[in-house]
Structure formats: structure tokens, C-alpha cells
Design a protein around this ligand. Structure first.
Ligand code: NAD
Length: 313
């Protein structure tokens, strides 16, 4: 039977891909995760319908038998943080580059139909022009950005040299329910929401005018499912953003408004490796993959805040 594998499937985005696959009628969904930043709780309501394999993508022998024969592998497993890749670069390198190579190698040798890869908009670095287009020369500013870019290049090479079908989706700051707010490396909106609920001031690094194309997690999962099926896209790279641009000051204002609080943020020095502005040109993803994000920033934030109020993150 055709089956789907989601590496990093206990994580924030991976677990949403699992739920979206099941909602779309997938017969068998296998999760590979070492639970380093992911949580079993993210898969709680779908536990009976999935095959959870605690395995580490750094070890080819562990993952190759699980990946063998899959129709599609959604490769989400990574150490997904710019500052963490600067503070502690070795594990990031091993998971994000060596681990990705192992997944691609296992997919090729195991006759997998397609690999959809979680690439990152951080690969662009600071561009002179916005929005960012896939044809721009990448300019990674951090080990993480470089590692995710190497993964993309590997996807392209596995497609051109060995004929493995691959599609890379450059995500742009994904947010939504289940994003773990508990670490200093967590996504900024998850930290904002926890701060607002706990009536604490967040620390904004820089002047708060840094902007991001925040994308709701369900829209990203839908795009993954579309990329798994699209025709004539192998080896290609697509922006998976929303097309908008929100500053951190604006985002904190909205969080305060939704939560009914008024708390001045603290401002800290800008962080090394952080890109100043980010905004996706989604023309190619719309045209080739049928990308159609459904969530406005305000709607996505409302749903996310509701979730943090209920579950605390
Ligand atoms: N969240 C974003 O804004 C964003 C933006 C661009 C790209 N991405 C990419 O999307 C993917 C998912 O990110 P996320 O935000 O859901 O993060 P996450 O930390 O919630 O998910 C990553 C998952 O990978 C697992 N993992 C880590 N190392 C592993 C290993 N060696 N073996 C097996 N599993 C391992 C973790 O336990 C976790 O469940 C990552 O590849 C990330 O680089 C995310």
C-alpha cells in the first residue's frame, strides 16, 4: 500500500502535515522523529492512525528501512533555528546537512516516489529588492540558512543526477497552534503569545521594524500536499509564503489587542544572523503548485491565540 513518511512529524509543522494527510484520506502515515524539539502530544489525537517511529535522521541504518517504498517523504526534521545554529553549530550541521543527505539517499535507494523538502526563506539573506523571488541569488547569513540551502541543492542534485523526484518549499516564518514557545530559540509569535497570556513583556531584538511574511501552519501543510502531487516540478524550489509583510512591532500590537492587554515590549540588540526583511513572491507557487493560502494574519493569530489560551503551548 502507498504510504507517506513525515520526518520531524512530531514537530510543529510536521504534525500539521500528518493531520492534513489523514484528513485528505491518506491510508498509512509513518512518522520519523527523535523527539529532540518535537513532542508526542502534538500527535495525540491521531495516534491510533499513525505509525510513530522514534529514529534519528543522522543514522542512515535507522531510517532507511522506514523510508523504503514510500509514495512521498515530507522531510521536516531539522534543528530549525538561526541563533541555535550560531550558539551550537555542530548538531545543526549534522542534522540539517548530513541528516538531509541520509533522507535523500534512503529515498533514492528505497524507490520513493517524491521527497518534499522543508527549505527556508532564510537562504535569501538580505535582498535589495522585496518581495523575494526564487531566481534571486541566495545569500545565507547564518549556519542554519546555509544548511537549509545545502539541503535544497542536494534535492536538486538528487533529481538531476539520480532521477529522484524532489520539490523544495522555502517556508517564510510559519506560525500557528503547537509551535513550542518554551525556548529562547522558539518562533517569535509563539513567544509573543505566551508573554501576552502571562502578562509579561517580550524582548524584541532590534527596533521592531524587522518584517516577516508570517504564514499560517495549515496553509503550509496544504502547500506540502499540493507539492506532493504537482506535475513537472521535480528538482524545483518554491516560496511557501503568504506574500505579505508584518513588522514585529505590528505583530506585538495585534497580540496585545487580541488579548486585551497593554504591555510595552523590551528592546534588545539585533541578533547576529537575523535577516532584516522577508516577503515572498508567491507567483511560481501559485502557478505551478496551486498555492492558495486561506488565512489572513489576523485570522491565523486569533486561532493561534485561542489555542495557546486553551493549551498553554
Ligand atoms: N517554523 C518556521 O518558521 C520554519 C521556517 C522555515 C523552514 N522551516 C523548516 O520546517 C521544518 C519544521 O520546522 P518546525 O518549525 O516544525 O520545527 P520543530 O522543531 O517543531 O520540528 C522539527 C522536528 O524535527 C525533529 N528532529 C530534529 N532533529 C531530528 C533528528 N536528528 N532525527 C529525527 N527527528 C529530528 C524534532 O524532534 C521536531 O519534531 C524544519 O525543517 C525547519 O527548518 C521552519
Amino acid at each position: 500500500m502507498n504510504h507517506y513518511v513525515v520526518t520531524g512529524g512530531a514537530g510543529f509543522i510536521g504534525s500539521q502535515i500528518v493531520r492534513s494527510l489523514l484528513a485528505a484520506g491518506a491510508g498509512k502515515v509513518v512518522v520519523i522523529d527523535n523527539l529532540s524539539t518535537g513532542h508526542r502530544a502534538n500527535l495525540e489525537e491521531v495516534r491510533p492512525q499513525i505509525d510513530f517511529q522514534r529514529a534519528d535522521i543522522r543514522y542512515y541504518e535507522e531510517i532507511a528501512p522506514i523510508i523504503r517504498g514510500a509514495a512521498v517523504v515530507f522531510h521536516e526534521a531539522a534543528i530549525p533555528s538561526v541563533p541555535r545554529s550560531i550558539d551550537d553549530p555542530v548538531p545543526s550541521h549534522e542534522v540539517n546537512i548530513d541528516g538531509t543527505f541520509n533522507v535523500l539517499r534512503a529515498a533514492r535507494e528505497g524507490g520513493v516516489g517524491r521527497v518534499v523538502y522543508a527549505a527556508s526563506s532564510s537562504a535569501y539573506g538580505d535582498t535589495e529588492v522585496l518581495p523575494k523571488l526564487e531566481t534571486m541569488t541566495p545569500n545565507p547569513k547564518s549556519p542554519y540558512a546555509l544548511q537549509k540551502l545545502v539541503g535544497e541543492y542536494y534535492c536538486g542534485v538528487f533529481a538531476s543526477v539520480w532521477g529522484l523526484e524532489t520539490v523544495s518549499l522555502r517556508y517564510f516564518n510559519v506560525y500557528g497552534p503547537r509551535q513550542d514557545p518554551s525556548s529562547p530559540y522558539s518562533g517569535v509569535l509563539s513567544i509573543f503569545m505566551r508573554c501576552a497570556i502571562e502578562r509579561r513583556a517580550p524582548t524584541i531584538f532590534g527596533d521592531g521594524e524587522t518584517s516577516r511574511d508570517f504564514t499560517f501552519v495549515e496553509d503550509v501543510a496544504d502547500l506540502n500536499l499540493k507539492a506532493a502531487k504537482a506535475k513537472d516540478v521535480s528538482g524545483k524550489v518554491y516560496n511557501g509564503g503568504n506574500g505579505g509583510r508584518i513588522t514585529l512591532n505590528e505583530a506585538w500590537r495585534l497580540v496585545q489587542e487580541l488579548e486585551g492587554v497593554s504591555i510595552a515590549p523590551n528592546y534588545g540588540p539585533p541578533r547576529a544572523g537575523d535577516v532584516r526583511d522577508s516577503q515572498a513572491d508567491t507567483t511560481a507557487a501559485v502557478r505551478d503548485l496551486g498555492h492558495a493560502p486561506r488565512y489572513s494574519f489576523e485570522q491565523g493569530m486569533r486561532d493561534t491565540l485561542d489555542w495557546y489560551r486553551q493549551y498553554g503551548g
